[in-house]
Each structure stands twice: as structure tokens, then as C-alpha cells.
Design a protein around this ligand. Structure first.
Ligand code: UD1
Ligand code: PEP
Length: 459
């Protein structure tokens, strides 16, 4: 397993650019299934494992795509399957977002139950409730869900028991070409919902009210491909804001949108961090001492659950005790055990964590148990004394483009140590150019490199 190795103690300085939002691009790529004619061209697509994965899911359904740099071209005129393969769907929860568009396009869909981070049970009852209200029949069997509709989906009034982001998105997509009008009450209000609505509307849909608790979708006959640029990733931005603050740094986060990060900015300011926003980004200047603050996660516009772990790492450096309450997911404190290995004092009781700040952290061997837990461990490591080895980094690769490269550019002492398998693969690949192997690995290779015998073949 590869690891990220961080030697703490260097303040981050400089500018970091935020990539397109993972949580916007995934539903938008899924929505491309609705384009009966013309190509969708999506800009600012981040190079993330989740993106590769959903593109593979789309390919299995018959969507032709071409990726070049941060652009993806998709042609969904001819869909060839209503079934996404288990091995792809299980990797990522967001693959379930193809259900709404497939029901709308083909009237039939079969999907395995989705995977994703183990941060809670993450049921999908609200998605299914929406589809059923629109006339779909849902069946379960052999770990998969099958939904069918006779003819077209019908517009319906749907009240969500929970303002679920995924259910709001899935229902919006299903409703875009349904017969009649769909109303989603208690809809999620996240910026990613607005981005998806803007994309659908550009395709010819009639979605009104996105960003509020009530969304109305007047079904249209068909949608066509369009160009769209994805919004910047507010969670990636927030993570670099915390990294700047925790490391005692001064960082300009280019592309960060203040309006999307209101609660994160507010909490950092309450702690005493200087935050300056302009139209192109947000500058974070660390100041000491940091004050303890309480944080409670809530659906947007409340404090994002996807920033809770990183914020907890920062609170460990505040003077006093902070209370962190996680209300969105029931199992999102898995980073606590890992932070404790670094010397943190945190007590968890149900959905509440009591964080004692001010005692300093020391480097340790820790494991990223989920995506944001991994980000929090890297933030913590930046300010810890000594070296931290973070394993489980496939989770981090789901949501952060080149996190190591970006941190290095800001002055952090961090590198990625490849796994023995990766070293072997690299060695095999580079065997025609042996000098490149040592150049690529430098002194960063794990001990196992000494056991790798490279047999160069001369070109
Ligand atoms: C790809 C993506 O956009 N992921 C985000 C999305 O996940 P996701 O869309 O899965 O999150 P939801 O908003 O659906 O989940 C919020 C809560 O509702 C519950 N729930 C959800 C659906 C349902 O049918 N029944 C039900 O009980 C979930 O278990 C969870 O406790 O929003 C979450 C909450 O902001 C973020 O943490 C994720 O990063
Ligand atoms: C929980 C997250 O993602 P997902 O919903 O894709 O698991 C996240 O982005 O923090």
C-alpha cells in the first residue's frame, strides 16, 4: 500500500488553485445520460478516481466519452444497457446517481447497492420514494435494485424526510423529462444542486428553485448536450484553508467561493484566523493563539459534514475545549482514533466529540479510514512534531487532485511513498530508461526498493 509521508512544522505559504467540485461533477456526468442528441462537454473536471469510475459506469451503459485534460466529451445518444456492473457500482456511492437519468431515458434500470465511504449506513430510501411517487416499480434481488416504469415517469409532489443531496439530484434528473411537474419539498440546498440545475436547464430542462427548499421541475420532451464548467470544490478549498491555518501559514486559495464557504469562514474567524475574500479566491492567514469553538454539522447552509474532520484537527491547536457535533452521518468520527495516535485528547460520546486543544501533536503511523478523515490526518500531520505516515490513501485520491504536489508547492515537506507493487510496476515500465527509475524515486523509495532488481533492456 502506498503512503503519504509528512514531516510537520513548515508553515504553508503561496497560492493553491482549487479544482472542479467532485460532488458537482459526479451528478453532472450522470446527467449527461439524459442528452438524447448532441455532445455534452464538461469543463473543469477534476482528475479523481471517482471521476474515472463514473465514466466507466457511463461507458458500460453505452455512453461514449473522451477525456482530454480537464475536459470530458460525452455522447449518450445511443444507450446500450440499463444495468451498471457490480464491480464499478460498489466502488462509489455516487454511481447510484445514474438511476434517475436511466429511468427517465430507458424506463428501466438495474443497479447493485452502492458503495462509498463507511461513514454511516447511507440508505437510499428517499431516492426510491421519489421514483415510486413518479410511477416506478421497485424490486430487490441478489443485492441489486431494479426499477421499471410503464411508459413515462409522471410528475409528482415529493416531500423528502431528510434533505438528502443525492436524492434531490436523482429526483431532479428523473423529473427533467417526466410528464407534468414535479415538486421536491425539503430539497437539499447545496451549491452542487444549483450547479446540476444550471446544467440541466442549459440542456433544455425547466428546473426552478434550486438552492431553496422547494424545487419545481416542469418535465420537457427531451434534453440535448451542452457545454458546462463545474463549480470549484468548496471542500477542497476548505481543506486548504484549514491546512493554512493549522500550519501557521499564509495561503491564497484561488477559485474558492466565499458564498459557498460561509460557515467554514465564520468558524475560522471565530477561532481568530484572518480570512480575506475577494472575487477570485480566499486568503487565510494563520494567527495564534487560536480560540476553541463549537462546531455542529448540518445540511447546507450549515457547517458541512465534509469539513468536520479537518476542522477537528485544527481545533486540537486551539486553547481550550471545543465540542464537535456530527448530525449528518452517524459514523463520521473514525478519524478520532487516528488523531489520538498522534497525541490528541478527544472523547466521543455518540454524535458528540469533546476536543481538548493546545497540547500539540506528534507524528505517528495512521490510516485514512475515509476521504475526509484522510484529509484531516494530513492537516494534523502538517502541524505535528516529527514524521507522520498516512496509509489508506486511496480514499484521499477519491477527492483531492494531486494533494501532495499542491502541498509541496506551498512549502510542505510531504511525499508519496509508492507501494512495493507500484515500485515494481514503475520499474517495469521504466526499464527501457533505467536512469529515469532512480530519478523518479530519488531517496523517496521505500526500503523494498532495495529488493527490486531492475533488469534494464536497452532500447
Ligand atoms: C457525491 C456527493 O455529493 N456526496 C455528498 C453527498 O452525499 P449523499 O448524497 O450520499 O448524502 P445525503 O445528503 O443523501 O445524506 C445525508 C443523510 O441522509 C441520509 N439519507 C440519505 C438518503 C436517503 O435516501 N436516506 C437517508 O437516510 C444519509 O444516510 C445521511 O445520514 O452529501 C453528503 C452530505 O452533505 C456529503 O457528505 C457527501 O460528500
Ligand atoms: C462522503 C463523501 O463522498 P461520497 O458521498 O462520494 O462518499 C465526501 O466527499 O466527503
Amino acid at each position: 500500500m502506498s503512503k503519504i509521508i509528512v514531516r510537520g512544522g513548515r508553515p504553508l505559504k503561496g497560492t493553491v488553485r482549487v479544482h472542479g467540485a467532485k460532488n458537482s461533477v459526479l451528478p453532472i456526468l450522470a446527467a449527461s445520460l439524459l442528452a438524447e442528441q448532441g455532445a455534452c462537454v464538461i469543463h473543469d473536471v477534476p482528475a479523481l478516481d471517482d471521476v474515472t469510475n463514473i465514466i466507466e459506469v457511463l461507458a458500460a451503459l453505452g455512453v461514449q466519452s473522451k477525456r482530454s485534460g480537464d475536459q470530458v466529451h460525452l455522447h449518450a445518444a445511443k444507450l446500450t444497457s440499463f444495468e451498471a456492473p457490480y464491480e464499478l457500482v460498489r466502488k462509489m456511492r455516487a454511481s447510484f446517481l445514474v438511476m434517475g437519468p436511466l429511468l427517465a431515458r430507458l424506463g428501466r434500470v438495474r443497479l447493485s447497492l452502492p458503495g462509498g465511504c463507511a461513514i454511516g449506513t447511507r440508505p437510499i430510501d428517499q431516492h426510491l420514494k421519489g421514483f415510486e411517487a413518479m410511477g416506478a416499480e421497485i424490486g430487490f434481488g441478489q443485492g441489486a435494485i431494479e426499477a421499471r416504469v410503464n411508459g413515462k415517469l409522471r410528475g409528482a409532489k415529493i416531500y423528502l424526510d431528510i434533505a438528502s443531496v443525492g436524492a434531490t439530484e436523482n429526483i431532479m434528473m428523473a423529473a427533467a423529462t417526466a410528464a407534468g411537474t414535479t415538486t421536491i419539498e425539503n430539497a437539499a440546498k447545496e451549491p452542487e444542486i444549483v450547479d446540476l440545475a444550471n446544467f440541466l436547464n442549459a440542456m433544455g430542462a425547466k428546473v426552478r428553485g434550486a438552492g431553496t427548499g422547494v424545487i419545481r421541475i416542469e418535465g420537457v420532451e427531451r434534453l440535448a448536450g451542452v457545454e458546462h464548467a463545474v463549480i470549484p470544490d468548496r471542500v477542497e478549498a476548505g481543506t486548504y484553508m484549514v491546512a493554512a491555518a493549522i500550519s501557521g501559514g499564509d495561503v491564497y486559495i484561488e477559485g474558492a467561493i466565499h458564498d459557498h464557504l460561509g460557515p467554514v469562514v465564520a468558524k475560522l474567524e471565530e477561532m481568530g484566523v484572518r480570512v480575506e475574500s475577494d472575487e477570485n479566491g480566499i486568503r487565510v492567514v494563520s494567527r495564534r493563539p487560536l480560540r476553541a469553538v463549537d462546531v455542529k454539522t448540518l445540511p447546507y447552509p450549515g457547517f458541512p459534514t465534509d469539513m468536520q474532520a479537518q476542522m477537528m484537527a485544527l481545533l486540537l491547536h486551539a486553547e481550550g475545549t471545543s465540542i464537535v457535533t456530527e448530525t449528518v452521518f452517524e459514523n463520521r468520527f473514525m478519524h478520532v482514533e487516528e488523531l489520538v495516535k498522534m497525541g490528541a485528547t478527544i472523547k466521543v460520546d455518540g454524535r458528540t466529540a469533546v476536543v481538548s486543544g493546545g497540547s500539540g501533536l506528534v507524528g505517528a503511523q495512521v490510516c485514512a479510514t475515509d476521504l475526509r478523515a484522510g484529509a484531516a490526518l494530513i492537516c494534523a500531520a502538517l502541524a505535528a512534531e516529527g514524521t507522520t505516515e498516512v496509509s489508506g490513501i486511496h480514499h484521499i485520491d477519491r477527492g483531492y487532485v494531486d494533494i501532495v504536489g499542491k502541498l509541496v508547492a506551498l512549502g510542505a515537506d510531504v511525499y508519496r511513498a509508492p507501494s512495493p507493487e507500484e515500485v515494481l510496476a514503475e520499474a517495469e515500465h521504466a526499464s527501457r530508461h533505467p536512469a529515469k527509475i532512480m530519478e523518479a524515486l530519488g531517496d523517496r523509495a521505500p526500503a523494498e526498493i532495495s529488493r527490486v532488481r531492475v533488469q534494464p533492456t536497452l532500447a
